[in-house]
Design a protein around this ligand. Structure first.
Ligand SMILES: [Fe+2]
Length: 387
């Protein structure tokens, strides 16, 4: 995030001797993206970040798409999929993917015994149910229902879920996840017309130094392959850090909706941008207030875009038949709009309580083979009057 932050103890200058109580040096590490030109942070650790004892392949999960690629409206009842297990890293149920982004569902039941690092992708973890603490090299960050947890690539971390049901939508992004460009000034600060600002963001707040030796595993994802990296010490031994590169949280309920007298287009819901896709938040809001306004969206041909909606409640203004956990995919090539009766029903309604996360991709998405088990096969005909 383009917000400077620091935690713990730091030397007065960067790249100077910073000594531990016994006179030995702390170890300085720069972590940042875009080859020293992007956002970066400097971390100071008790032990070297380079003491790797071994690296082996832990598992490989090739992304398998359905054998045919039909052109039709899709509806996945994702929460009905039987979870493979309770690990937020290992047990990701892949739903949709292309070369830029993938969407998976997890249902964590416990803290993994290992740590995790995604080497090639930024991750947005949307907390549809539950809460807990994100533990990382940058300190701990409590999370709760409705949070988007943004974890830039390379950061060693793990999720420690609290008691109770946990459901996460995991968005892996080839490009860097960032705030929408049009809401930022040249310095990176969010402007007055942005639907959220820096005050709404939550950053790591507490740094615990784990000064421990022994074998510690870091599952490191490189594309489809997860490697087991064994280090000789606890990887969360940061005594201090500062900079602009760290995990952060933003709650969907802190997104202040932009409304108008007449229907506002989907970009007003945009929350993040990345390379090849955007993420939008549909939150409870007042409807359009022109006396003859039609609050439901007009039909649209979203050419050059595949549109995904993840429904975080059972209701949604323009859809029928969806449930909490539904995912609809409206692919490029077919116009879409409200189902019969939804447009008429929206007229005169003053507000909506809908809650949904939208992912619009510029390249076509594929449906993962494993997701077909939860598909609603009749969704494509649900716009017919007698469906
Ligand atoms: Fe749409």
């Amino acid at each position: 995030m383009p917000v400077y932050h620091k935690l713990g103890r730091l030397p007065a200058k960067r790249h100077v001797a910073f000594r531990q109580a016994d006179g030995s040096l702390y170890y300085e590490q720069l972590m940042g993206n875009l080859g020293f030109t992007g956002l970066q942070s400097l971390l100071y650790t008790v032990r070297r970040p380079t003491t790797v004892k071994s690296v082996t392949v832990a598992w490989t999960t090739p992304r398998e798409a359905e054998s045919e690629r039909p052109l039709r409206m899709r509806h996945l009842r994702a929460h009905r999929l039987e979870p493979a297990g309770g690990s937020p890293v290992r047990d990701r149920e892949l739903l949709l993917f292309n070369q830029d982004v993938s969407l998976s569902l997890t249902r964590p039941t416990a803290t993994d015994p290992f740590f995790y690092r995604n080497a090639r992708a930024d991750e947005i973890v949307y907390i549809a149910r539950g809460g807990g603490t994100l533990e990382s090299q940058f300190g701990s960050l409590p999370y709760r229902e409705g949070d988007y947890l943004v974890v830039p690539r390379g950061i060693i971390h793990r999720l420690a879920p609290a008691a109770g049901e946990q459901i996460h939508l995991v968005i892996e992004s080839r490009g860097h996840v960032r705030t929408p460009r049009r809401y930022r000034n040249e310095h990176g600060q969010l402007l007055e017309h942005s639907p959220y600002c820096e005050r709404d963001l939550r950053l790591p707040s507490e740094l615990t130094v784990h000064d421990e030796t022994g074998d510690f595993e870091i599952i490191t994802r490189v594309g489809d392959t997860c490697h087991r990296v064994v280090m000789d010490h606890h990887p969360l031994d940061t005594v201090g850090w500062d900079g602009y590169y760290y995990p952060w949280a933003f709650n969907i309920h802190d997104f202040e909706p932009i409304v108008g007298r007449l229907h506002q287009p989907p970009p007003v819901h945009q929350t993040f941008e990345a390379d090849g896709f955007v993420v939008c938040s549909f939150v409870p809001r007042l409807y359009d207030f022109h006396p003859e306004a039609v609050p439901a969206p007009y039909n649209h041909s979203n050419v050059m875009t595949d549109e995904v909606l993840y429904y975080c409640k059972d209701e949604f203004m323009s859809r029928k038949g969806v449930e909490f956990g539904s995912i609809t995919l409206h692919p490029d090539g077919l116009p879409h709009g409200p189902q019969p009766g939804r447009t008429e029903a929206s007229i005169g309604v003053e507000r909506t309580d809908e809650l949904a996360v939208m992912v619009d991709t510029f390249a076509p998405l594929q449906v993962a083979r494993g997701a077909l088990a939860c598909e609603d096969p009749g969704y494509g005909e649900s716009w017919l009057e007698d469906a």
